[in-house]
Each structure stands twice: as structure tokens, then as C-alpha cells.
Ligand binder design. Structure first.
Ligand code: SAH
Length: 347
């Protein structure tokens, strides 16, 4: 029989599972604490469980969903992790140290179906959704690698894939991440970034309102549809309405991500139209100068143009931060993740 991958379970599911193999329900909480708080590497380490139960676990379950294949460090301290999945696919996670924070950027899919023109992951197509265990295990394995001296403080779904297109697995992963017996992150320290899947945004707001980031990148439908095909399905009016309705936590704001593409979306008029578009939404804007990747047709605008764009927003009382993407030389920056592609891009 296939071993059961325990990190696929939320706590209530694990409770049902331990009962189904004849153990008491509260054992699930003990298991959760061993897996996520103590981060045991084998069931043998779980001395609070009976010998018999440990043997049952050893024979019938698997603890790891990912295999760490490679780790690279950039000169700015950014770490990129490459993980192998059971079926041979690979995904990447990126740790961005920014004292006192350590933010882990995690992937939700192998590849991506949305084909945003500027994104390397998007140009490579979609392979498959990650399972809950494969999402959660990125956090576990990176934390184990970092050791006890360095704690991951923030999680962002900004790696490979569109998290709202893998809705159920992502929601279940967030449930494990936020469970006090699980990874015990506050919802306030988790951010989900979406290309604008309007129905998923509404569901997320009801099911598990983490911080929301929206990849906007253009302030008119014609341009946004050209660079982000998803806009044809959910144009700006519906997207902005979904943002207005999103239950933003107290003292939090929606983040609008706006890549600056030279000569495409970086003019002062476009900045003014962005101001109009987001007026009245409790939000801030992250300006991300385009990160180049091989074959990309776009360029990063000159610095004066980036600063001029920012100034228009600031004059309109909008918080606008220029994000210097980290880890560019190791291909760890926004839009550069393409784990393992290249060897198998025929299939
Ligand atoms: N699918 C989600 C999650 C990916 S997040 C989303 O679209 O939001 C990755 C972020 O990096 C998004 O804001 C994305 O638009 C941005 N990005 C993609 N390619 C980029 C590039 N080449 N340079 C800078 N940012 C990029």
C-alpha cells in the first residue's frame, strides 16, 4: 500500500485518520506538534508516542514530501532552494533575509497556466498543482536547513504558480501553517499573491483571509489584457470590485504589485491612471523594476523613469515602494523561477 503522506492532512483530517487506525483522537495533536513544532526527522524521535504507534507510523506513512536537491546563496544573502517531487518534477522556494524578518517565498504549482508575458514561469506552461504536503514541506525543510538560530517569520505565496488556481491545496496548507499546533504562523504574516482570479479572491476572503497582494501591472484593460491574458476573463472593473470587497485585516493593506516595463507601462500618465484606479482602496503599491530573463522582450526602465513614476503616486498620497528584487544573479528574483525546466521541456 502507498504510504500515507501525513503533511497532506489538516489537523481535523489527521484526527480522523488516527481514529481510523485505532488510535485516540488527541494523538493527532501530538503528531502535529512533533512534525511542525519539533520538526522531527523520523518517528523514532517521537518519544511521547507508544512504541506500537511509532512502528505503525514507520510502516504506513511518509514524513517528507520534498527532497532538497540544491541550495544556492546570492551575495545579498538570498537563498534559493530547489526541491525534487516524488514524480520527478521540481519546484523552488526563495528565502529573503531582511532583518528582523526572514520571508520565505513559496511555490503553489509546477509551472503556471496563466502565461503573463513578462514572467519566466508563465512562459514555460503548466505541469501540475502541488499537493498540500508539497506546499507545507517547503516551509518545514527550509526551516530545518536554517537551524534554530534563524526563524522564518513571514510566508508569501509569490513563487511559481497561481495559488488561487490550486485553491483547495493552498487553503489546506494555510490551515496547517496557521494552526497553533502546526506551523503556528499568524494569518497576518502570510501573504497570497494573485494574478487576479476574481472568484478565488472572494472565496479566500471568506475561508481564510490572509494578506492579499494583487499583480496589477497595468491600469487599463487593453494593456493589461495584452501582458496578462487572465485580464480578458476578469477585467479591471471586476478585479477592483473584488479588492474593495476583500476583508483586509486591521492595520493591513492590499499590496498592488506593479512591474515597471520600459516604454510599456511606465509613463507618468499611466501612473496617474493607476492613482485613479486604486483610489479609495486601503492599499500600497510595490513597484518592481522588471527582472530580465533569457529571451524576454522587455527591459527595465532607466532609474529616472522609475523615480518619476513613484513620485506621481507619492504626490497622490499613495505609499509606493520600489522593490529592488533580491537574488537576481542566482535567478531567485520575482519572475525568474523556472525550477528544473530546460532539461525536460519537450514533454
Ligand atoms: N501568480 C501569482 C503569484 C506569482 S507572484 C501572481 O501573479 O501574483 C510573482 C510576482 O512576481 C508577481 O507579481 C509577478 O507578476 C511578478 N513578476 C513576474 N515576472 C517578473 C519579472 N520578470 N520581473 C519582476 N517581477 C515579475
Amino acid at each position: 500500500m502507498e504510504p500515507v503522506l501525513v503533511k497532506n492532512f489538516t489537523l481535523p483530517e489527521l484526527e480522523a485518520w488516527v481514529e481510523s487506525i485505532g488510535e485516540r483522537r488527541f494523538r493527532a495533536r501530538q503528531l502535529f506538534r512533533n512534525i511542525y513544532a519539533r520538526k522531527v526527522r523520523s518517528w523514532g524521535e517521537c518519544t511521547d508516542l507508544s512504541k506500537l504507534f511509532r512502528v505503525q507510523l514507520e510502516n504506513g506513512t511518509r514524513l517528507d514530501a520534498l527532497r532538497l536537491m540544491e541550495k544556492r546563496e546570492a551575495s545579498d544573502g538570498t537563498l534559493k532552494y530547489l526541491f525534487g517531487l516524488q514524480d520527478g518534477h521540481t519546484v523552488e522556494s526563495v528565502l529573503i533575509p531582511d532583518a528582523p524578518r526572514h520571508t520565505l517565498c513559496i511555490s503553489s504549482q509546477v509551472g503556471c497556466a496563466f502565461a503573463c508575458k513578462f514572467c519566466l514561469t508563465g512562459t514555460l506552461g503548466f505541469k501540475r498543482n502541488l499537493h498540500t504536503a508539497e506546499i507545507v514541506d517547503q516551509v518545514c525543510q527550509v526551516q530545518i536547513d536554517l537551524g534554530i538560530g534563524t526563524r522564518i517569520t513571514n510566508l508569501v505565496f509569490m513563487g511559481m504558480g497561481e495559488p488561487l488556481a490550486n485553491y483547495d491545496a493552498v487553503i489546506r496548507a494555510i490551515s496547517v501553517m496557521t494552526n497553533p499546533n502546526g506551523l503556528a504562523f499568524s494569518h497576518r504574516r502570510i501573504t497570497l499573491s494573485t494574478a487576479g482570479l476574481v472568484p478565488g479572491m472572494a472565496r479566500l476572503g471568506q475561508d481564510s483571509p490572509v494578506n492579499l497582494a494583487v499583480s496589477l501591472h497595468a491600469s487599463d484593460d487593453a494593456l493589461r489584457s495584452r501582458i496578462m491574458p487572465i485580464n480578458r476573463k476578469y477585467p479591471l472593473e471586476s478585479l477592483m470590485q473584488a479588492c474593495r470587497r476583500y476583508p483586509v485585516a486591521p492595520r493591513k493593506r492590499i499590496t498592488f504589485e506593479y512591474i515597471l516595463l520600459d516604454g510599456i507601462n511606465d509613463s507618468p500618465e499611466q501612473a496617474r491612471s493607476l492613482v485613479k484606479l486604486i483610489r479609495g482602496i486601503r492599499s500600497k503599491v510595490n513597484l518592481i523594476p522588471f527582472n530580465p530573463h533569457p529571451d524576454s522582450e522587455y527591459r527595465r526602465p532607466p532609474d529616472e523613469r522609475i523615480l518619476a513614476f513613484q513620485e506621481v503616486l507619492q504626490k497622490a498620497q499613495i505609499t509606493a515602494i520600489i522593490r529592488q528584487s533580491r537574488g537576481r544573479e542566482i535567478g531567485a528574483a520575482c519572475g525568474q523561477l523556472a525550477a528544473g525546466y530546460g532539461e525536460d521541456d519537450e514533454d
